[in-house]
Design a protein around this ligand. Structure first.
Ligand code: B12
Length: 193
């Protein structure tokens, strides 16, 4: 497979996140624009993302053997079917020693029920679709109604374009990439590194 060979030629065993950022994500962004311009079908975009997922899976680092059980981190999308960003984030945080509960894609009510049961300290929400940003506001209002004090950390394209958006939707913090999410989790939990 051509895509696989291109990445493997560049992969040195230690640069997975760099390759994802510099090569795979920009390629998918170009593919997304081609779809938006009507040059390719959604099925082709889908196949490109499946191929990318397989490549990403093959280069992501394994979980760290030094695991910490506190804080408990949940990860979800709120109606968004774009899963690759979440998967990358999860791998990075697992490699950093965090235990991650991945809820897949859920409605706010269900996320709230799960994090209550699981005692989640920080819920990370990945959003790619602009119209789903309002779901974070919904999550905040469910938390307020139910008295849930789990911190909400958001990230993804809409929050990169508008740096104050996370405040407007009632999140506790935002991060622009996996490394920053690590720092934000520690800061939200008052953990000094
Ligand atoms: C692949 C893809 C799909 C695949 C997804 C497959 C899958 N299982 O993931 C399929 C084909 C299913 C799909 C469907 C749709 N898609 Co689509 N898709 C894409 C595409 C091409 C790439 C997305 C991707 O995987 N990028 C690579 C990953 C690694 O990047 P990422 O998600 O941005 O994540 C990175 C960062 O943002 C960050 N990050 C992400 N989340 C978080 C969270 C935190 C806390 C932190 C710190 C960081 C972080 O970390 C990641 C690594 O750096 C984009 C194009 C684009 N420009 O993004 C369109 C795109 C996102 N899709 C789009 C659209 C419109 C759709 C559909 C509505 C199409 C349709 N008519 O059905 C549906 C939506 C379904 C839904 N409810 O979600 C639009 C969105 C427009 C908008 N304004 O919101 C885009 C931008 C295409 C375009 N140019 O118009 N899509």
């Amino acid at each position: 497979m051509v895509a696989n060979k291109i990445i493997m030629d560049l992969y040195d065993g230690n640069n997975a996140f760099e390759l994802i950022k510099e090569v795979i994500t920009p390629a998918l962004e170009r593919i997304g624009s081609k779809w938006a311009d009507g040059d390719i079908a959604l099925s082709q975009e889908y196949m490109a993302s499946r191929i990318s997922e397989d490549i990403v899976d093959s280069i992501l680092p394994p979980e760290s053997s030094t695991r910490r059980d506190v804080p408990v981190i949940g990860l979800t999308t709120l109606g968004d079917e774009h899963m690759l960003g979440k998967r990358i984030l999860s791998a990075f945080l697992k490699a950093s020693g965090f235990k991650i509960l991945d809820y897949g894609d859920m409605k706010a009510e269900l996320v709230a029920r799960n994090i209550k049961n699981d005692g989640v300290d920080v819920i990370i929400v990945s959003v790619l679709m602009l119209n789903l940003v309002s779901e974070v506001r919904e999550l905040r209002s469910v938390f307020d109604r139910e008295g849930i004090d789990t911190k909400i950390l958001v990230g993804g394209a809409p929050f990169l374009f508008d740096h104050d958006l996370w405040k407007e939707v009632g999140a506790d913090s935002m991060a622009s990439d996996a490394m920053e999410s690590f720092e934000q989790i520690n800061s939200l939990m008052g953990i000094v590194q």
